[in-house]
Design a protein around this ligand. Structure first.
Ligand SMILES: [Zn+2]
Length: 302
């Protein structure tokens, strides 16, 4: 009996002690938002539904992703229909009230910044375009900061006991981010006014931020893969323009860019459109450092 009562006593003491803080579960649709969450909530358990070698417009609603979304306290995605082909199915099957559309736990970045290229209406046959504008807003450092402010507030709502810590982490991050932005702008000076050939509007925010201009897109229409006819139609203009490079994302097939490079003598530049820890690009500042270095290398080589 004595043993039993002392066990009961122990159980009682344990029940009175504060529980170890439960780590927040964060579901990111893309690696860039996982990286941002990591910077603002280093204690959280964070996972990304996609990686740098995947096209975030099209992924499969796998059961493992449903399970992760089911556990999430907070989800962060680009929005502006980027995930329209797969996230609604995940939300429905995960049946997690915290991350349903409209809830504070479901953060769509595009709802908190001004997107570029918004359309009043989508003309028939326009391709894969969205009236809400370009969803690839994470490639603008300034918009990243705007999203970070919202994310910090949502972290505090999801985990009120740690709200002050999230706020402090955001303020620290924001200060160092501003310093980095100043340096990036300075470093990017030789890129201003230069031109590029691209494949999809993935980096449009970044080009605008840097003052780079797109002279041709390998896609005949947004989201429509390059066709031989369209590529052939670009050759003369591109030759005359002499852009810095033909850029494609890591997740894209390089064939079209290589074909045009052969015809024009331009270099091909494969760039990561998001963070990729296995390539040493774990944080967002490392992503922008990498992108800038790659572009500046082209200036030096040219
Ligand atoms: Zn896109």
């Amino acid at each position: 009996m004595r043993i039993r009562s002392s066990l009961t006593g122990l159980a009682l003491v344990a029940a009175l002690l504060p529980l170890p803080a439960q780590a927040l579960e964060i579901f990111a649709c893309e690696p860039e938002w996982a990286a941002l969450a990591q910077a603002l909530a280093p204690e959280a358990r964070i996972s990304s539904a996609t990686h740098a070698y995947q096209d975030p417009h099209y992924i499969e609603a796998r059961p493992s992703l449903i399970a992760r979304l089911r556990r999430a306290d907070l989800a962060i995605c680009s929005g502006a229909s980027l995930e329209a082909g797969w996230l609604p199915a995940l939300q429905q099957r995960a049946a997690n009230p915290k991350v349903q559309p409209g809830r504070a736990g479901m953060l769509f970045a595009a709802e908190h910044v001004e997107t570029i290229d918004q359309l009043d209406h989508v003309p028939f046959g326009a391709g894969d375009v969205h009236p809400e504008g370009n969803p690839h807003l994470h490639l603008d450092p300034e918009r990243i900061r705007q999203v970070a402010a919202v994310l910090s507030e949502r972290l505090g709502r999801a985990d009120p006991e740690q709200a002050a810590q999230y706020r402090a982490a955001y303020l620290r991050w924001s200060l160092s981010w501003q310093q980095r932005m100043d340096k990036w702008r300075e470093r990017a000076e030789p890129l201003r006014g230069r031109t590029l050939v691209v494949q999809h509007s993935t980096f449009d925010y970044f080009w605008r931020w840097l003052g780079l201009e797109v002279v041709a897109d390998l896609e005949p229409k947004p989201g429509v893969p390059p066709t031989p006819g369209h590529l052939a139609s670009l050759v003369e203009d591109v030759k005359a323009e002499q852009p810095l490079a033909i850029v494609h994302s890591w997740y894209q097939d390089p064939q079209s860019a290589q074909w045009l490079a052969q015809k024009t003598g331009l270099p091909v530049l494969a760039l990561p459109s998001t963070t990729e820890p296995e390539q040493g690009i774990e944080r967002l500042d490392q992503l922008f450092d990498h992108l800038l270095a790659q572009l500046l290398e082209q200036v030096d080589a040219g």
